[in-house]
Design a binder for this molecule. Structure first.
Ligand code: FES
Length: 681
């Protein structure tokens, strides 16, 4: 015991917070007074078991204390009842039951921390610190008294203030209707789900249950893309992902890419409302599917966080996106938004569920890009990082801890397998990996759903059920890059003839040539080719991507970047080497080109689990410098120079250390000219 203070010393680990407390103080009380992160839903009534701690006994030289066996009060009946019914690890105590008797060192295990860390899958990424906007609180409410009349809601508010120090609580009509029967059923003991987002001035009661309720409250982190809608269902108590699911965005029927959807809204009165209704229906369906998958009641979903590009954002909100189709690309609002799920007709969720939408960066750079910034944190990077979110519209971030720039680039849907002759979306049966032998010019490939190469024994049997149906986005990138490496395509993108390449796999088609990757026509299957048109479509897409990156580099006056991160679900599947051969991204050491997976989805998850992260990304977005590609004349120059494979003028020295691209040209003797005739030198 400390010589100056007669009260026992309590030291909490891992925080290291310490203080003196009178004998008999509950551990939970000491923790609260010191600001130690120790959870509690029941407010110390021995019901929730969230407050579990592990006292340490013996010599603690580091802290200068010796902890006696009786440093805490004895094991009590509440703990015994809990342990026998629900189980508890040996050595653990309930922080609200155990009281301090003498000096003690108390460890708070990770699962008992309110702001627990949720370990993310990507090893390089930071963890999520739990700080959700919606939490459960157990509370005991005073019974009504005829002599001191007051409403049930007012008495609930008073109890929350006294027991949890939560002020200014309000409830909407839906909760008010449930309030009276629930209070009486629970005999004046209830659990409430309280929500207070980072932008809210007051705390709102979202739902109420009789007695102690801890069956779970959930949230959806939704990446609303133009092609697909992907969602993670997370437990708001600990951030665990219970299920992940996705559906196609039904707006595709109104137009493949964003601009065609904006045009649809422009050309068809009420077209925007049709698209809004379509996406909301899909979202309700997705919420139902993902809940079924996780075996939870969707009305327990209390929150949804959205990240999306500006057009999707406006259509989700029911705002006509017409202004986004023309300069100066004015957004209705770029600010983050906090609103009721009911306003977006998300009827599958809890009737009072809340929605948070991340801020948009600019007219073409959306909340999805903000979510990537939240997940990848370029604003904290020591080295210069280029982050590319590859999708129908690529969004790019370039910068370091001093400055971050953002732009978008109209790559079109070619990288997703659209506008490609044998293109298809990534699904079982789609070719996703390609290798072409530089000598024989023979291909081998892998399809989604099978680990074998097409030349491996057993491949035919393994793919019998799916068939080989087409080429997906990552497959076409590899195919074009491999054709360039094998000398079947020259730097300008021209495809060799059979004669030039020396292989019958080159098929003349009209005035151009194609490469036959797979022929199942004998058995009624498809002939999967890479055509000259496919190469051109990929060239356009990759030039747009590169030009966007180059424009940002100009803005920072740099010629190289230290690292490249490919984000987006598609980015996760791109071979970085092949992306470099194509010149999709600026030259960089291959070891410094990485994939961040669905970083936008991860950013949505972080925002779902953390109010602090919401505040942080709102600040970061305000500081990101936006570069508009559409009105920048240098974009066109960069675009033209980037049309060559890998590039007309940029040297790509890092790429040269790993591959030597054949010096071939098919626009000379023997080439098939634009007039369809063979040319002589
Ligand atoms: Fe709930 Fe201790 S605080 S059991």
């Amino acid at each position: 015991m400390n010589a100056l203070n007669k009260d026992p010393l309590v030291i909490f680990t891992p925080s290291g917070k310490r203080g003196h407390f009178p004998v008999g103080t509950p551990v939970l009380t000491a923790a609260r007074q010191l600001g130690v992160d120790l959870d509690s839903v029941c407010g110390g009534r021995g019901i929730c078991s969230k407050c579990q701690v592990t006292p340490g006994y013996g010599e603690f030289a580091k802290h200068g204390v010796t902890v006696e066996a009786d440093a805490l009060s004895g094991w009590n009946s509440v703990e015994e009842r809990y342990k026998s019914k629900r189980g508890m690890i040996d050595g653990r105590r309930l922080g609200c039951q155990a009281t301090i008797q003498s000096d003690v060192v108390i460890d708070v295990p990770p699962e008992s921390q309110v702001h627990k860390q949720v370990v993310r899958k990507a090893a390089t990424a930071r963890d999520i610190i739990m700080d959700p906007a919606t939490r459960l609180y157990y509370v005991e409410v005073a019974e009504p008294d005829m002599h001191e009349p007051s409403g049930d809601l007012e008495r609930l508010g008073k109890a929350l203030k006294e027991q949890w120090d939560i002020k200014e609580v309000y409830a909407d009509l839906d909760v008010l209707r449930k309030l009276q029967p629930t209070l009486r059923k629970g005999e004046w003991k209830v659990t409430v789900a309280l929500h207070r987002g980072n932008r809210d001035a007051r705390t709102r009661v979202l739902d109420i249950w009789p007695g102690f309720y801890d069956e779970g409250i959930y949230g959806l982190a939704i990446d609303l893309g133009s092609t697909t809608i992907a969602a993670h269902l997370c437990d708001l108590r600990d951030g665990r992902v219970l299920a992940s699911s996705g559906v196609m965005n039904p707006q595709i029927r109104f137009g493949e890419d964003l601009m065609s959807r904006v045009s649809y809204a422009m050309m068809n009165p009420g077209g925007d409302r049709e698209m809004t209704a379509a996406v909301r229906t899909a979202l309700n369906g997705l919420a139902q599917t993902i809940s079924t998958e996780a075996d939870i009641d969707p009305t327990r979903i209390m929150e949804a966080v959205f990240v999306c590009n500006p057009v999707m954002h406006h259509l989700l909100l029911g705002i006509d996106p017409v202004e986004l189709g023309q300069a100066p690309f004015a957004l209705a609002t770029s600010d983050a938004m906090s609103l009721d799920a009911a306003e977006l007709e998300l009827k599958t969720l809890n009737a009072n569920a809340r929605v948070y939408i991340l801020p948009l960066i600019a007219g073409h750079v959306g909340a999805d890009c903000a979510a990537v910034a939240l997940s990848e944190e370029p604003n904290k990077s020591d080295d210069m990082v280029l982050i590319v979110d590859v999708g129908t519209n690529a969004e790019l971030l370039l910068g370091d801890k001093h400055k971050v720039l953002a732009c978008s680039s109209p790559t079109g849907p070619a990288f997703e397998g659209a506008q490609i002759s044998s293109g298809q979306r990534a699904a079982p049966g789609a070719i996703e990996r390609v290798e072409i032998d530089a000598v024989t010019k023979e291909p081998r490939f892998k399809v989604i759903g099978c680990d074998l190469w097409s030349t491996d024994p057993g491949f035919d049997a393994a793919t019998a059920s799916t068939g080989i149906t087409g080429i997906c986005g990552s497959g076409i990138i590899e195919a074009v890059a491999e054709m360039r490496m094998a000398g079947l395509v020259d730097a300008s993108g021209l495809v060799a003839s059979a004669e030039q390449a020396g292989t019958p796999r080159m098929i003349a088609e009209g005035r151009t040539n194609s490469y036959l990757m797979h022929d199942a026509s004998a058995s009624g299957g498809p002939r999967i080719m890479v055509t000259q048109g496919d190469i051109r479509a990929i060239q356009l897409a990759k030039s747009a991507l590169y030009a966007g990156a180059r424009l940002l580099m100009d803005e920072l006056n740099i010629d190289t970047v230290d690292r490249v991160v490919l984000a987006g679900a598609f980015g996760a599947h791109i071979s970085t080497k092949h992306a470099m051969v194509l010149g999709m991204i600026p030259d960089a050491p291959l070891a410094k080109v990485s994939s961040a997976g669905n970083a936008a989805g991860t950013g949505a998850r972080i925002a779902l689990c953390s109010n602090a992260a919401r505040t942080e990304i709102e600040r970061v977005v305000r500081e990101i410098h936006k570069v508009e590609t559409a009105i920048e004349p240098r974009f066109q120059e960069h675009f033209v120079a980037a049309n060559a494979i890998p590039h007309a003028t940029a040297p790509f020295p890092e790429l040269a250390t790993i591959v030597t691209l054949p010096d071939v040209s098919f626009n000379a003797a023997g080439a098939v000219g634009a007039d369809g005739r063979r040319r002589r030198r």
